[in-house]
Design a protein. Sequence first.
Length: 150
Amino acid sequence: MKIDLTINKQKRTFLVEPNEYLLDVLRRYDYHSVRRGCDNTSCGVCTVLLDGKPVPSCSVLAIRCENRDITTVEGIEKEAEKLAHYFGELGADQCGYCNPSMALTVYALKRENKNAGDEDIKSYLVGNLCRCTGYVAQHEAIKRYLGDES
Ligand code: FES
Ligand code: FES
């Protein structure tokens, strides 16, 4: 079946199976920044923004995205670059596999709550796991990014 939606501000039509998850559809259509991890809503690396809110795309049926708005990290390039700058500054990067999902989640947090404190950040990012880092440098980089008004 066909579904029409907007992705990264562009209208597109995707051909999907009724039982297909958004993660599988996006990767089939070459949105490879949307990563596969656990496939069971535990790790967050498949996160995209659906109508501006972070969701694990491995748990969203693609047909539910008809006429909705999806953002992948390619759609927030400037903001992702800003966050990457702070990650680099603080040595918060290792393999980078979790970076697109982190960038999307942190971007959504910034839009919702520019004054997020330590506990807000931790609770907003609770579904985004990173296998490599101890989160400390990432957390500090995220704080700097949230305070960046440029
Ligand atoms: S792959 Fe979706 S939450 Fe892990
Ligand atoms: S830097 Fe490797 S999973 Fe996060």
